[in-house]
Structure formats: structure tokens, C-alpha cells
Write a protein that binds this ligand. Sequence first.
Ligand code: NAI
Length: 793
Amino acid sequence: MSIAEKFASMEYGPAPEDPKEAVTWLDCHNRRFGLFIDGGWREPAKPEYFDTFDPSTGEKLATVAQGGSADIDAAVKAARDAAPKWRALTCHMRARYLYALARLVQKHSRLLAVLETMDNGKPIRESRDIDIPLVARHFYYHAGWAQLLDQEFPDHEPCGVVGQVIPWNFPLLMLAWKIAPALATGNTVVLKPAEFTPLTALLFAELCQEAGLPGGVVNIITGDGSTGEALVKHSNVDKVAFTGSTEVGRAIRGATAATHKRLSLELGGKSPFIIFEDADLDSAVEGLVDGIWFNQGQVCCAGSRLLMQESIADTLLSKIRDRMSALRMGPPLDKAIDIGAIVAQVQLDRIQSMVAQGIAEGAHCWQPQLALPSRGLYYPPTLLSNVHPTSIVAQQEIFGPVLAAMTFRTPNEAVELANNTVYGLASCVWSESINVALHVAAQIKAGVVWVNCTNMFDAACGFGGYRESGYGREGGREGLLEYLEPKWLKHAPKLSASPAPAPLEPSQPQASTPAIDRTVKLYIGGKQSRPDSGYSMEVRGADGQLLGEAPLGNRKDIRNAVEAARKAAGWAKATAHNRAQVLYYCAENLALRRAEIIQRLATAVGTKQAAQEVDLGIERIFSYAAWADKFDGAVHNPPFRNIAIAMNEALGTVGVICPAEAPLLGFLSLVMPLLAIGNTVVAIPSEKYPLIAGDLYQVFDTSDMPAGAINIVTGYVSQLLKTLAEHDDVDAIWCYGDDTLVASAKAMSVGNLKQVWTNEGRIIDWFDPKIAEGRWFLEHATQVKNIWVPYGE
Ligand code: NAI
């Protein structure tokens, strides 16, 4: 073809990246890999292996060890043995190792990019320009945190040995997201890469050797789901970090419920991509290309649900179709390719079957006429329009290059549609009106909102989900907290098991004998109410004396309380100053009633403790009133033309199981930080002295606390916990109790994957403000939402 002809057609010629270096690397290993344990290579205990393929050609790339439970044992032991020395290093020494890893990633970036593309099928343009630079950035950023760790987190220590399981869509990037913060905080690691894409993790193991990382600090065990399962269930693992499907995330939550392993989950998504009529449509369409066709749509935060304002739907769809027709699909090592191969046959089958279901449910399917390569696993970019919001393709993660388009009329409808899935990972809002964009951004339930941009990532900006997209954040300061624990917590003694709840011997309502001096009620929606059961439970003092009766709340009462809490969403929208004022007012009213409350509480805990509980309780409320307008977010400066506004948002409605040992102070220590941030609460007071509810609601009633912001249901804790933990409208559970109680809170919360925060069965000294109040509590009462906004030149 002559130059003139080329100009006329503007056709791309082939521009293949040379795979020679990667092929040489594979050949040097005879295309066969063992396990990386204790700084060296080992054969698996059972000689089992599997093959990994190039999905764009179907060619076998290498044979890789299938790690079994004996190998996981060996790796965890190596990590455990390495932990004390790694932790004892100075911050600066750990920072040097992380810095060395960052440098080595950069030095070998071309090899890593090519190998990633060969193993995964993603375009080299993406692995070269996005994945690998972000990997290096992650190690640099965390080298910085390693250096600053003692200064910035003086009262924390590492979790210990961390088990990490990652998916195949961003193999090396997910490894970096996991390993960098774990090492920076002084943990040691056993990581299992995904079975479809193990190669770059194995090359990374060599970089660890090249960096001189001490043996056992990083161990890489390849294998399938059963290897992952053995790792997360291993009794000597202190923390589990997982990225992958919501289904497996749920299984891991269940498998670790009875243990004290910390858990962070980064799961699926069905992220909305909202385009308003005043958006710059051409830019929005370019954003969409990145949003859904990046990495063949195999992206947890893919903008897979297009929500278009009705007035522009036709114009927009036509622009999208035009743009789709210009996408180039083909061999991913070609530098001018937009869409590469799907990772594996099973994934391709899944995409095909979900699209077929979507069409059966009424969607119109459009695909551009692109020539598919003659071999390899490819799926064309696909537009599904006329999608009903309840259709499978609007609700479930397809994890392929498939966009499901829907329309809306008003911003409120857009928000409703956007929040109408079980997920909450990411979202995009396109509008030239800053008011519309930020108004909508505030209401979307997602860990990330990209305004007039999409798929922006940086190590400084935490990433993670709301709702069934998981919990915990990766990146940023908040990401480090996933790998740290307060020193006091780890070494606190265990609570002895509390006796099983007394057999139900309810007394009849209205039963009054002269000995009963007090009958309290439930507190729901700002009103005192009788329990649905009509029964109450006797409350006795330490000496067995009858102190009064507390209502025996049941499922219905919990449901009413949750409904009231949901309705009180205005509490989250109140200004922090207003919330602070209400809390101060609570402290004031508690102080006014000080003498009478001490007198009553003394019958259960003795006069000394009662006085301490009330006086420290007043202080505690003051503390959280003070924090309410000071627990700010941050503004990050990522290396792009954006700012990322990290907002500390409330979790939503939180169910709180209050500690038994300090009925008033324990209640306030948990409920107040939640309220300070704007959560609404359903609290179950200590069974030891539930009568405290009566004093508390009088305080709340007289303090301008909005109806429903705090609800109190008394009764048998383990029974009420079940309803709370299983309730889909409860966003999180805080459960403070013995080992059995906290394990059941975790196990029962599996359904909608609500986050559970507990004392891990340990004794908390509620009377020591250094332990029982402050940032640790506030950090658990919030989730960070990063709102990315274009900024500056
Ligand atoms: P998956 O969740 O099964 O695999 C992710 C990782 O977990 C892999 O390393 C796998 O070996 C491991 N694993 C599997 N079962 C395990 C278990 N019981 N315990 C511990 N580890 C286990 O995801 P899969 O099967 O590769 O993909 C299925 C679907 O999941 C995709 O179609 C997509 O919808 C979704 N997915 C979502 C991802 C995300 O980042 N949100 C990533 C990968 C998949």
C-alpha cells in the first residue's frame, strides 16, 4: 500500500510488541514453575501441576505447581518465622526494600507488561501504560508509608501473617495492591495468584529475590480455588485479604467467621455510568470506552450500566455505536489494539450466556461488525439497550465488554437507578453542571465516584466498596489500617464466656409487685414503645435483688427499629456542627440526671463503677461531640489533572450489641462515635442491666435527638443479634461480647455481606479513654468515598 493510499484509508498496520524477552524468560525456566516459599523455589509436596495458556492464541505458556495444603502449611510457617525479624527492622530498612521493589518493577516493566498480556489477553497498551506503571507507583507510595509508619501510627502493630487471594483481571496490579501495604506495615505474606494468570506473580517472586528481600517475607503459592481455600482457612493466618467474586467473598466470610482473622473483601460491582443531558457527550463517550471496554470489561469497577437522561438517549446511543465501530479488536500484543482476548473459555461462556439471558428478557443487542481473530477467545464490544432495571444484565456482574443501557428523567431517578443493585463499588457522573454532578455524587452509594472522568486510580486514593462490593479499602492511609491493629487490642485478655441466656421465663405484662421499682420500654423512632411480645424480662442486681423489668424485644421490634433508623436518614445529612450540638446537649442532660442515674446504676454495678460510668460517659459524649466536626476526610493530589476528595461517610444503619460489663459507658462508647459521623443506630443494651435504656431515652428525648437516629431494643442479646445481622437494611454490625457471640455475629452477617466490627472476644477497658475512644472507633464508623473531579490545567 502506498503512503497516499494509507492516508486515504487511515488503516492501522500491524504493530506487534516483540515477545522475545518474555519467551526467553519462560524458556529459561523450561516453562515449568514451582512454589516460592521462604525465599526459594520448591516443588509442591504432591507433584500436581496445571497449565496456563495465552487466551489470544490458545497456546500453552507454562506448567505451574498446584499448591496443596502441605504447601500452604510450609508457606505460612515460613511467613510466621520471618515475621519477627521483618517487624523488628527499622521503618527505613523496610522502606528501602519497598523502594527496591518499585525500582525493579520499573526496570523490568517491559518484560512484566508483555508477560501480563500473554497470560491474561489484555492489550499491551493497557498493561504497558496502566497496569505496570500503577504497580510501580504502588510500591513507591508504600515505600513512603513504610518510612513514616512509626511516626504516623505509633500505637499500632502489624496483624502478623497475611493470606492474600487475588483474581485474574489485573494480576500484577492486584498483587501490588495486596503486598505493598502489607509489607509497609510490617506483615509477612502468603499470596495466591489466580489460576488463569500466575506468571507475573512468579516473576515478581524473582524480583523479591533480586531485591534481597529476607526469605519468608513474601511467599507465592500458585493453585486454584482449593489452594485459596486452604490459605484463608489456615489457623496460623492472622488476616485475609481477598479480591474476586462476591460469591467467593461470601464463602470466605463464612469460613473465617469463627476465627479472629481480620478480613478485607474487594468484590464485584455493577457500576452506573450516568450521563446527563448537559454533559459533553463526546467526552462522555470516550469515558465510556474506558469505562466498559477497558480490559474487555473484565473490571470490578467497570461502568457496565449506562444511565442516560432520556432527552439525549438517541443521540448518545448513535455516538456510542459509531465509536464502537471504530474500536480495534485483535491480538493483544499489537500496540494499536483496543480490545484483546477474554481470559478463559469459562469466562467467555459466562458472558455469552448472560447476554443471551438479557436478550431473552427484552434487551436489544447491538454489536459492531468487527472481524474476530481466527483463533483465541474473543467477544465483541456489545451494547444492550432497552434493558429493564431488574434484568439480569442490569443487576449482575457480566465481567465482559457488555454495556447495559437504561434511561432516566430526573437526577433523583438517576440516583435511584444507580443505587438499585446490591453492589456499590464505583460510579461515573457526567454533567457540565458542577451542582448536578456533586449533588448526585453525594447520594450514590459507592466507594468511588468519577466526575467527568473514569477509571482513575492512584495508590494515594483508597479504593473499595459499599454494600456487597465488600469492605475495607486498598490504597491511601485508610488502606494501611487494614493491616494494622492497635497494640492494646492484640494483647488484651479474653472475656470469659458469658453464661448462656437464661431460659425464657417471661413475666406477664403489668405484673407488679412492691419489689419492682422500675419498668422501662423500648425506644423506637423517638417514642417509647411496648414490646411486640407483650413480655418483659426481670432484671436483677448483683445480690439477686429484683431491680425492675425490661421489655423482651423480638424480631418485630428489631424490624420496626431498623425501619425507624432508615427513615432518620436526615441525621446523616445534618451538618457536623448540628450533630455536635445534639451530642453536647445529650452530655448536658446526662450531667443533669447524674445523681439519680448513678443511684440506679449502682444497684447493678456498685456505686463506684456507677459514678465512673456516668462521669466518664459525659466525657465520652463530649469527645465525640468534639470529633463530629473534626473527623474530616482529605483531598488527594494524584498524579493526574484531578483532585480526589476523600469523604468520610457514615456506614448507614448500624446494629450495635453493647458490651455487658459497663452498661452505660459501654453503650455510649459505641453509640456515640457512630452518631457523631451520622450513622443511625439500633442498639441492644447490655443484658446485665438493660434498664439503662430508660435513663438513656430520657436523655435523648430531652436533647433534640431526631426521631429514629438512635433506637434501643432490650431483650436477649443472642436472639436479637440474629434478626439484626440477617436484616438487609442494616449496613453494619458492631458486636462487643465473648468469642461465641462475635463469631455468630460474623456468621449471621454473611447474607448481604455487611461489615462486622467486634472486640474479637477481648476485654476492652472502657474506663481508659486512650483505649476506648478516639480514631479507632471513628475509623470503623465511616467508609471513605473518593470523588474524583477534574482540577487545574
Ligand atoms: P473467583 O472469585 O472464583 O476467583 C478469584 C480468586 O479466588 C482466584 O484466585 C481463585 O482461585 C480464588 N478462589 C476461588 N474459590 C476460592 C475459595 N473458596 N476460597 C479462597 N479462594 C478462592 O472468580 P472467578 O471464578 O475467577 O470469576 C468468576 C466471576 O467472578 C467473574 O465472572 C466475575 O463476575 C467475578 N470476578 C470479579 C472480580 C472482581 O475483581 N470484582 C475478579 C474476578 C472475578
